[in-house]
Design a protein around this ligand. Structure first.
Ligand SMILES: NC(=O)C1=CN([C@@H]2O[C@H](COP(=O)(O)OP(=O)(O)OC[C@H]3O[C@@H](n4cnc5c(N)ncnc54)[C@H](O)[C@@H]3O)[C@@H](O)[C@H]2O)C=CC1
Ligand SMILES: O=C([O-])CC(=O)C(=O)O
Length: 329
């Protein structure tokens, strides 16, 4: 039976992440190996030619699942009938900046895009915001889309999650496949909190296996939280292929479900769980099934974790105040 293609919109299609992302979407890695896709590429006018070049290369791959590519600089066209929107287009930070410093440069992009999603997207629209500061940009887009259920707006902390998996695997001499139930809490920023207290390594509690609070506080957490800056320092540009990979993981998991007994991390509108004020877009442990996600409930939060979650949530509240002040929400 022929399946109806899923419309996938990618903003910032001519950028670094766009280049690492589009070919993987077209090859079936975003939604599944049997799901045809139509791509919509949104770019600013001066970058349309570069986006056309990428589209030519996509054509040249002859991907069996790719059923069309539209390129536009008009958000209303880009989000028309869209089922999955990946909001990547935004300025990346450079050396010495925090992601929050991008709010005034990038925040303005997400209000009109949120409105265009509200007015044009398909009823089942799912949105992933990658452009930084991702959590608060997702809040801006969501606020501009009152007709879309709020929970469809998510922000990417899967890159942080993946980074934490590898650091923990290295420390414990295991592989990432041995690790389950790791959590990123809070903001995709230096205040984020990668939590291993509920994680398991080969079925055993990770924190007990590590048994080294100094490593946790002074090595693991800062390594994960400051990894983006370390990549910028090393590469001279912010992470692109790993960010694209995390975007693929985020949407694939959202659509296709988490493995039994495991969970993932997603930036999602808080329902007040774990004391995170309702409405803030904060990272939580979530399970997914049938295209829906649920926050994992009932986890014991110790003092070590509580202080760190609260600090990241406080930063999210400050960012929300800042964008209120800018009239973006
Ligand atoms: N959440 C996360 O884990 C991560 C987020 N990022 C963020 O992703 C964003 C994109 O990064 P790169 O691709 O490396 O940047 P880039 O500068 O290579 O590409 C950005 C693209 O967005 C386009 N763009 C700008 N304004 C736009 C608009 N209004 N509509 C459509 N397109 C627009 C630009 O023309 C450019 O082609 C940055 O904000 C970066 O900080 C990067 C890595 C990880
Ligand atoms: O650090 C940056 O600016 C890019 C990013 O979000 C990341 O790599 O996590």
């Amino acid at each position: 039976m022929t399946r109806t293609p899923v419309n996938v919109t990618v903003t910032g299609a001519a950028g670094q992440i766009g280049y690492a992302l589009l070919f993987r979407i077209a090859s079936g890695q975003l939604l599944g190996a049997d799901v045809p896709v139509k791509l919509r590429l949104l770019e600013i006018t001066p970058a349309l030619k570069a986006a056309e070049g990428t589209a030519m290369e996509l054509d040249d791959c002859a991907f069996p699942l790719l059923q069309g590519i539209d390129i536009t600089d008009d958000p209303n066209v880009a989000f028309d009938g869209t089922n999955v929107a990946l909001l990547v287009g935004a300025r990346p930070r450079t050396k010495g900046m925090e992601r929050g410093d991008l709010l005034s440069a990038n925040g303005g992009i997400f209000k009109p895009q949120g409105k265009a999603i509200n007015d044009n997207a398909a009823d089942d629209i799912k949105v992933l915001v990658v452009g930084n500061p991702a959590n608060t940009n997702a809040l801006i887009a969501q606020a501009a889309a009152p007709d879309v259920p709020a929970e469809r707006f998510t922000a990417m902390t899967r890159l942080d999650h993946n980074r934490a998996l590898t650091q923990l695997a290295k420390k414990t001499g295991s592989t990432v496949a041995d690790i389950q139930r790791l959590t990123i809490w809070g903001n995709h920023s230096a205040t984020q909190y990668p939590d291993i207290f509920h994680a398991t390594v080969a079925g055993k509690n990770a924190a007990e296996t590590v048994n080294d609070e100094k490593w946790l506080a002074e090595d693991f957490i800062p390594t994960v939280a400051k990894r983006g800056a370390a990549i910028i320092e090393a590469r001279g540009a912010s992470s692109a292929a790993s960010a694209a990979n995390a975007a693929i993981d985020h949407v694939y998991t959202w659509v296709n479900g988490t493995a039994d007994g495991d969970w993932t991390s997603m930036g999602i509108p808080s329902d007040g769980s774990y004391g995170v004020p309702e409405g803030l877009i904060s990272s939580f442990p979530v399970t997914t099934k049938d295209g829906q996600y649920e926050i994992v409930q009932g986890l014991d939060i110790n003092e070590f974790s509580r202080a760190r979650i609260d600090a990241s949530v406080k930063e999210l509240e400050e960012e929300r105040e800042a964008v209120r002040g800018l009239g973006l929400i």
